[in-house]
Design a protein around this ligand. Sequence first.
Ligand code: RTP
Ligand code: MG
Length: 141
Amino acid sequence: MALERTLSIIKPDAVAKNVIGEIYARFEKAGLKVIASKMKQLSRAEAEGFYAVHKERPFFNALVEFMISGPVMIQVLQGEGAILKNRDLMGATNPKDAAPGTIRADFADSIDANAVHGSDAADTAAVEIAYFFATTEVHPR
Ligand code: RTP
Ligand code: MG
């Protein structure tokens, strides 16, 4: 397995629930290192740009509204197979389908308010990391 980086976002619902630390603990226990981190109130333009791939989808406006409804916690995770490992920790997009013990099963309320984002492939991870972090803000170790 390769050493990878992935972009993770703790969405406004989970920040509001005060579970940032619990989610970080799951990353660390799974062998993922937080190598960059910032809390941010996304502007509408930032949220629209981040989710531009979903621009034509019926849920796009609701997704953007939700992502700007409060601050998010954004981090870069590094580890062996980090992209898939993080997706496994997150669970299915719809918390109703998420396996027990996953972040979404434990903390998400709905397919919209679903607690976390994680990059889905190496190419999107690179684009998403560069969207939020300068290289000087990322500290691999
Ligand atoms: P994410 O990008 O946030 O990590 O989630 P994902 O890969 O599991 O899901 P994706 O297909 O990329 O969709 C992005 C976000 O849009 C919302 N969504 N709503 N109402 C719907 O049918 C629907 N489908 C997706 C979810 O909040 C999802 O996380
Ligand atoms: Mg996605």
